[in-house]
Design a protein around this ligand. Structure first.
Ligand code: AMP
Ligand code: MG
Length: 402
């Protein structure tokens, strides 16, 4: 059976080529920049005052006051010798002035300004181009477009940017026993939690464009639904029907449709029947139908794959370290993904994994903010031991990725 580490590498090795698109700044948050952005103007764009005070024509303790200069468009009148002008923060320095005294160090008396301390030439002035010349690169290729990066793009005069596209996925749930949530399940039926869970897990990771649909356990229904989905998207996720049961037709149908499987089962818990296949430019993820397995396999494989296919430099889950609040039982053999909670105090994380009723316990998983990982060979871990964990998407933000 394929190990978790090997399965993840095979998935990542088949990431899709990063698509490019041009989007307006308001649509660019969270995207990866696929060009270098330079400022078209110097920063600051004109020589300006750093404080509220008075523009002075040179040395001196007493000046005649002239009209005030505010931060507003236009060029202020030149300052003539013997005069001082009230000037606001961000206002353009008038010609004829070479220094600014802060309001706090002045007094006024009958239309005259008294300066109470020595002011050096250049004091409290920000010169045009002092921060950067026109043409300076302000955002390198590959930048993750955060709110401040978008502010920089606006400052540099950009209204749109060339960014990485996000590949589209379709999630098909399967199972003849599955009914939609607005129905009261009859005998042998179960409500569909995987549809909303799966697309929401993708949306929490910034991949909100996923569609979902459902098909029953028949090879023809699976083939038809998969064919339609693949005409609309490059990434097909199917939840359920991928294990060894007599009605688990999904892998057979996907293989008949020309896909090549890179693994069929992974030594992990939950999610052992997880499988992955490719066909020129299209990829298939077979997620075990159990909702907790859907959550874990999307977190651990699908989202890293989507991030890599969307140009993110950080597409692997960051593994942080925390101390277990209690013993964690596990048999050696499979990588264990436990749904847990991480509580930080004085820079140390304490991890707890509530007792769950096995991998079917979605209510238990819904209280988790992280996944505690015990490696395949681990025979379990004792209270106080340091173990790895990763935040679930939606809890860790960008810090959850490395
Ligand atoms: P499967 O992988 O198809 O063998 O399904 C494993 C378990 O998950 C079975 O108990 C299914 O009834 C259940 N299951 C499958 N699909 C869904 C779904 N969409 N929502 C909730 N449970 C499901
Ligand atoms: Mg099934």
């Amino acid at each position: 059976m394929t190990s978790f580490e090997e399965a993840l590498e095979r998935v990542l090795a088949h990431s899709l080529p990063v698509a490019e698109e041009r989007v307006g700044l308001s649509a660019a948050l969270g995207r990866v920049l696929l060009e270098a952005v330079s400022t078209d103007i110097p920063m600051p764009p004109f020589t300006r005052s750093a404080v509220d005070g008075y523009a002075l024509p040179g040395e001196g303790n007493e000046f005649e006051l002239t009209g005030e200069i505010t931060a507003s468009p236009g060029t202020p009148p030149a300052l003539t010798p013997g005069h001082a002008a009230p000037i606001m923060t961000g206002a353009q320095l008038p010609s004829g002035s070479d220094r600014i005294v802060m309001l706090e160090y002045t007094d006024t008396h009958e239309g005259r300004l008294l300066v109470e301390r020595h002011v050096r030439p250049g004091e409290n002035i920000c010169y045009r181009g002092e921060d950067m010349e026109a043409g300076t690169e302000v955002l390198p290729f590959g930048t993750l477009l955060t709110p401040s990066a978008l502010g920089v793009a606006a400052m540099a005069g950009r209204t749109d940017l060339r960014v990485a596209g996000k590949p589209k996925s379709v999630l098909l749930t399967t199972g003849s026993e599955v009914v939609e949530p607005d129905r009261v399940p009859g005998p042998g039926e179960i409500r569909n939690s995987n549809g909303v869970l799966g697309v929401s897990a993708l949306a929490a990771a910034g991949f909100g464009e996923a569609e979902t649909g459902h098909c029953r356990d028949s090879p023809q229904a699976i083939r038809d639904a998969a064919t339609t989905a693949l005409s609309r998207a490059d990434i097909l996720l199917m939840a359920g029907g991928v294990s060894m049961g007599t009605h688990d037709f999904v892998p057979m149908v996907i293989e008949e449709m020309g896909f090549r499987f890179l693994f069929h089962e992974v030594a992990q818990k939950p999610g052992k029947p997880f499988c992955f296949a490719v066909r020129d430019g299209k990829v298939f993820f077979g997620l075990p139908g159990n909702p907790v397995s859907v959550l874990v396999t999307i977190e651990e494989y699908v989202i890293p794959f989507l991030r890599k296919s969307s140009g993110f430099a950080r597409f692997r889950k960051a593994r942080l370290l925390g101390r277990l609040a209690h013993d964690l039982r596990k048999k050696p053999g499979r990588t264990g993904f436990f749904r847990g909670n991480a509580v930080e105090s004085n820079g140390t994380f304490t991890l707890s994994v509530p007792d769950t009723h096995g991998s079917g316990d979605l209510v238990g998983a819904s209280k988790a903010d992280c996944i505690v990982l015990l490696p395949a060979l681990s025979p379990g871990a004792a209270r106080g031991e340091t173990v790895q964990f990763s935040y679930l998407c939606g809890f860790g933000g960008e810090a959850a990725w490395s």
